[in-house]
Design a protein around this ligand. Structure first.
Ligand code: ZN
Length: 525
């Protein structure tokens, strides 16, 4: 099995994407995740480009304990007509104290002449001097050959000269970059094969693609098939414009489909959770439809598929989701057939009979017509099924609830909720009345209810709401529209989501909150 190194640049190129920024703490946490996944290289940033990256490398020295990955500092070759000894960029690279460095170099005639305004001889000398200097300082030197494919098409002699300047001076890696992202897989394959025939085994050929034609993953795979042994990219394809090569896609493609070794044995199944952790740290959710790691990647909705997949797991799945740490999910909606409901019921240990399954389907259809959407609210679906089966205890019963919001003279808003609620059965039932303030109606109701019944139901203390999403369903009628609320909660071990729908946002929120607490109590350890 041929080894293909994985080089992650989420912390450098990935952070070029609009609307994403990361603190030094975030970057350290992401580096730990990448090491846990088992990538060979983590590009940490460009020391000298900003104070944050200098701090990152300084803290990485003492705070990061990497098991599988090598940390890399990024920079560039020396300036045109400059000297390596007094070049600040090169100095900063050395000061980052990483064992490996990656420098960007111009390998296209057009870029040297037009962007650097210098001669091709000087262009080649900049690469040669810089690599020799860094190599002399004991660094492993990777060279990012910017605009390589465009340059090679225009003047291959100069592009090969740039490569030679790097190799003879000690570069271990020649990373061919499709900087503008416009190259297609057939061109990548031809050019990488050409380069490979010149370089042979003198250095590892790497590939760095951008997704401007939607081909970054395909281009990276074509490069590997043509002889590249090093793939650069970012988790979830984060990056400038349309993004970088998506490592969450290309790693399983190379490993599961083509038989290359990318991650250490047993690490591929960490891919889904690491992709999600990194996305969460950067506050940029994973696209649900992302290959391999998306929440819908192995979700089956249509009734026909689901009944087939119950019979044969691989009927509608191209790989086993466990291989990448994902799960098969049966999505239950009004389109679901009996098989889905029956399966869900079996999984919950509910043992619903044929008539009960029909009742669940009727109830689902009725509620989805009102605007409920159970695909996103597994906990509410489970409660619906349990209620049909008669299996949800009445933990508490709300007699009434009132919320008042006042605007105070100083412009502040004050929200207060009153909840009257019964706990217990029959003659033993006890009535609790509580008033609480909150920073908004949902918070105030939640606080009042917890105060009212918290003593009787101490398990509530471990349940926390984590997310509250509101969506207007019937946008056309504006403030008269139906509101759908999705509420996520956790008890520290399990996460769940519930749903409420109503023209009244307070009622919708309340329905979701009530289900959320009941679900938490039902599953309390
Ligand atoms: Zn790039």
């Amino acid at each position: 099995m041929r080894l293909v190194e994985v080089f992650d640049t989420t912390l450098r190129d990935g952070l070029q994407v609009e609307g994403v920024s990361a603190t030094v703490d975030d970057k350290l946490r992401i580096a730990e995740q990448l090491d846990h996944l088992g990538v060979h290289y983590i590009e940490g940033g460009w020391p000298g480009a900003n104070p944050k990256d200098i701090e990152f490398f300084a803290r990485a020295r003492t705070e990061l304990n990497l098991d599988t990955s090598t940390l890399v500092a990024f920079g560039s070759t020396r300036r045109p007509r400059g000297k390596v000894d007094d070049d600040t960029t090169l100095r900063n690279l050395i000061d980052a104290e990483t064992s490996a460095v990656c420098i960007v170099a111009k390998s296209s005639e057009y870029q040297v002449v037009e962007a650097l305004k210098t001669s091709l001889d000087e262009g080649a000398a900049m690469i040669a001097d810089s690599v020799r200097f860094l190599h002399g300082e004991g660094r492993r030197v990777l060279v990012d050959l910017e605009h390589f494919f465009d340059g090679y098409k225009e003047n291959p002699e100069f592009s090969l000269r740039a490569i030679e300047a790097a190799v003879v001076n000690g570069a271990t890696h020649l990373v061919l970059c499709d900087t503008n992202g416009g190259t297609l897989p057939n061109e990548v394959a031809t050019i990488v094969a050409d380069v490979k025939s010149h370089v042979a085994d003198d250095a590892v050929i790497g590939i760095h693609c951008h997704d401007d034609t939607g081909c970054a993953v395909a281009n990276s795979m074509a490069a590997v098939e043509a002889g590249a042994g090093h793939v650069q990219g970012t988790l979830n394809g984060l990056g400038e414009r349309t993004g970088n090569t998506n490592l969450s896609t290309v790693i399983p493609n190379l490993q599961l489909k083509l038989g290359y070794e990318c991650l250490p044995e047993g690490h591929l199944e960490r891919l889904t959770v690491v992709s999600h952790h990194v996305a969460e740290t950067l506050n940029r959710a994973v696209n649900p439809q992302a290959p391999y790691v998306g929440s819908s990647a192995f979700a089956h909705k249509a009734g026909l598929h689901v009944s087939a997949i119950v019979r044969a797991k691989d009927a509608y799945e191209h790989v086993s989701p466990e291989q990448v740490g994902n799960d098969t999910r049966f999505v239950v909606s009004e389109m679901a057939g009996r098989a889905t409901i029956q399966m869900k019921s079996d999984a919950l240990g509910l043992d619903l009979d044929g008539a009960a399954v029909n009742d669940v389907i009727d109830e689902l259809k009725r509620l989805e017509h009102e605007g409920y959407h159970f695909e996103a609210a597994d906990a509410s679906l489970e409660l619906l099924m349990r209620r049909v089966g008669g299996g949800v205890p009445e933990f508490f019963r709300v007699e009434s609830m009132r919320v008042i919001t006042d605007e105070l003279p100083d412009g502040e808003f004050n929200t207060e909720a009153t909840v009257k609620v019964w706990v217990g059965d029959g003659d033993d039932a006890v009535r609790h009345v509580w008033v609480a303030e909150g920073n908004g109606p949902v918070n105030a109701i939640d606080t009042a209810l917890r105060k009212a019944i918290g003593k009787a139901l101490p398990e509530l203390a471990s349940i926390h709401l984590t997310d509250y999403k509101v969506r207007i369903l019937d946008g056309g009628s504006a403030t008269g529209a139906t509101t759908r609320v999705l509420l996520s909660a956790t008890d520290g071990e399990k996460d769940w989501t519930t749903i409420g729908v109503s023209p009244n946002i307070i009622e919708a929120s309340w329905r979701a909150l009530e289900d959320s607490l009941i679900y938490g109590l039902l599953h309390a350890p």
